[in-house]
Design a protein. Sequence first.
Length: 218
Amino acid sequence: MTRIATKIALSVLGTAGISFLSSTPARAVIFVEPIVTTKNQAILDIKKPRTLTGFLPGEVIEYGVPDVANNFVNATGYDINSLVFDLKTLSYSNPNSTPPFDNEPVEWGDVNGDGKIGSSVNPDLKDVFKDITIKGSTVTFSGGVIPNGSLFYNPFASLPNLAPGAGIIPPIPADQEDKDGPIRVASYYTAVPESTNVLGVLVFGALGLAFKLKRSLC
């Protein structure tokens, strides 16, 4: 009789435990995927491309994704031979989204469902770079060239879709200029041939660091 009572008690506790676990929402990874392709003619037909100018090789810029899809003109003065993207938002919280997010991890991932990260599934868009390397929060596109003066397409997508106004994140107010998503990404490019400006950026950076160290020791 005691054994039967024990089995019943364990069964009740097990059922209660399963019920508790099922009522606890699991943390879901937010995947982000960039692609770098030839120009998107469909988008080019409806709006002008954005122009990348004034950016030196190695200079880091930061922006939000998912972004508003657009073509870009490489007006940097250099042939770009690699693009490096670094996730700055590694976890995301938003109590005002639907559903709400609570410190969800953010990683590079396969958003378009082709089994790879960084490749286009649109037959009209040709991938510019053949080598895609992922190390932690950084993804590097290399093995290709974006010639100076040429058009290219570099959108970011996320799963779930965190584009403002797409159903999860509230839309951006009309008077706000920045319409990009909430995940922050830093990026820079390298050029062919390597510009002496890159050395200049590194030298000035080293001098600045040395100056700060010297001041901290004084």
